[in-house]
Design a protein. Sequence first.
Length: 288
Amino acid sequence: MGKGRQLGYFRIHCLRRSGVHLTVWLCLGFSALVWSADDSDFEVRDSSNYAENKPFWVAWNDYVTELIRRELEVPDPWEPMNRKIFAFNEWGDRVLLTPAAKTYRWLTPDFVEQGIGNMFANLLEVTTIVNDILQLKFGQAAADSGRFVINSTVGLLGFFDVAAPLGLERHEEDFGQTMGFWGVGTGPYLMVPIFGPYTLRDGIGSFPDNYTDYLLNLEHIPSRNMFWVFRNVHDRSELFTAEELITGDRYTFIRDAYLQRRVYLVNDGVIEDDFGDEDEWGEQDWAE
C-alpha cells in the first residue's frame, strides 16, 4: 500500500450496511451544522409560520445549500467538533488498535502479511469494477475484471498478485469518487467516531460500496465480524511507516493528507499545476 493511500485511510474505512447508519450520518450532519454555527447564523422563527412557508424538501435544500456555502468559505467548518472526535479516535487507536496491530505484525512473516493484504484488496476489486462502469471507464473495467479473475484463480484467491506483472495494475474506485466524477461536491470534512475521516460525499458514498464488499455481506455474523476486525487490524499495521511522515499538528496533517488523497483519486492522478502561471523565470534565465 502506497504512503499516500496509507495516510488517506488512516482509520477504519468500512461502514457496515445498515439503514440506521444513514440516519446517524444525517443526524450527525445536522447536529454538527448547529454545533458549529454561531448564534448570529440563525434567527428565531415562529414554528407555525416556518412549517407553512418551508416544506420539508425546501428546508432540506436550504440545509444542503448552507453546507456547500460553508464548505466554500471554510474547508473544515466543523473543526471544533472534529477535533474532539479525533481525540477520542486517537485514544481508541492508542489503547486498542495499535497494540493489536503491533502484535499481528510481530507474529506474521512479511510475505504472509503481504499476501493477506493482497487478498483483502482483491475482494475490493468488485467495488472498483462497479464504479469503473458507473464512471464510464469501460476499458479500465475490463482490465480490472481480468485482474480480478487472474488473481482469484492463478493467484490463489488473491494471495499472490500475479496480474500486476502482466500489466494489469490495481486501481482504486469507490462510489464517493463516482459522485465526484459526476460533479457532486465533496461537502464538509467530518471526523466520524471510530471510523475516522470522511467528507460528507464520501461518507454517503460508502453505503452503496458496502453492497459490493464481500466481507460485509457474509451471512454468518460471527465470521463477518471476525474478518472485519482482522482486515482493520491488518490495515492499521501498514500505517506505522506512514506515521513517521507526520509533522506539526497531527489533526491538520491527517485531514490535509486525506483531502488531498481524495482529490487525487477523483481526478485519476491528474493534478492541476499553477506554478507555471506564477513562475517569473524564463527559459533564458534557466539557460544562464
